[in-house]
Design a protein around this ligand. Structure first.
Ligand SMILES: [Zn+2]
Length: 72
């Protein structure tokens, strides 16, 4: 009975370590997947934040829309 307990404990530790090692091997998700999407203030098109143009706390899909929006 005592040996059985030790075996269960050893198995549990090995399984826990194996899971931890497996987790490290997992490839992280591509950076674009978690990227914020923003909406153009002029034409309401959605685009990644990194590709947008920011002006006066607003996002635009292009420099032309930024210009047109700020003129109006
Ligand atoms: Zn736009």
């Amino acid at each position: 009975m005592f040996f059985a307990l030790i075996i269960v404990l050893v198995f549990w530790v090995i399984r826990k370590r194996w899971r931890g090692a497996k987790k490290l091997d997992e490839t992280p998700p591509p950076p674009t997947a978690g990227e914020d999407m923003v909406c153009c203030a002029h034409c309401s098109v959605h685009l990644p934040k990194s590709e947008s143009i920011t002006s006066q706390d607003k996002f635009f899909c292009s420099d032309e829309h930024r210009r047109l929006h700020l003129q109006a």
